[in-house]
Design a protein around this ligand. Structure first.
Ligand SMILES: [Zn+2]
Length: 134
């Protein structure tokens, strides 16, 4: 059934590259957040949350290993490996720095929308030719 599923990833070959990527994005975000207490706090929060999930996984693994050892000791057989499917952890990381609009930006966009003139009556009162009251 779930046995024999192989994950063909050579972790040692890619770990340095993956680590480099992680370090790069970390410093990119840090550079952007530098001097902005709120952003730094957000970043810390995200990383701490991720750290917590890492620790959780480790404990799970340790517990599973312990169970298997006990099973083996009692029954003298290998306990079947439990395949656990974890839903992806929702951690805002990649891209969220770029996509996030500042309050100023949002306000600016709203203003531009508001000041758009209507083609039918020529008034800039927040409506367009389709929703024109005239
Ligand atoms: Zn109009």
């Amino acid at each position: 059934m779930g046995e024999g599923r192989q994950v063909a990833v050579n972790t040692t070959a890619h770990s340095s590259n993956a680590e480099g990527k992680l370090i790069n994005s970390f410093y990119r975000c840090l550079g952007i957040a530098r001097g902005r207490a709120e952003k730094l706090q957000q970043m810390t929060h995200v990383i701490e949350e991720f750290e917590a999930t890492l620790c959780e996984e480790e404990e799970d693994g340790a517990a599973e290993n312990a169970k298997r050892v006990i099973m083996e000791a009692y029954y003298g057989v290998l306990a079947p490996e439990t395949i656990k499917v974890h839903p992806p952890t929702v951690v805002k990381t990649k891209g969220s720095c770029k996509r996030m609009k500042s309050a100023k930006e949002v306000a600016l966009t709203a203003q531009v929308k508001k000041n758009r003139t209507c083609k039918t009556c020529g008034l800039a009162s927040g409506h367009n030719s389709r929703s024109c009251p005239q």
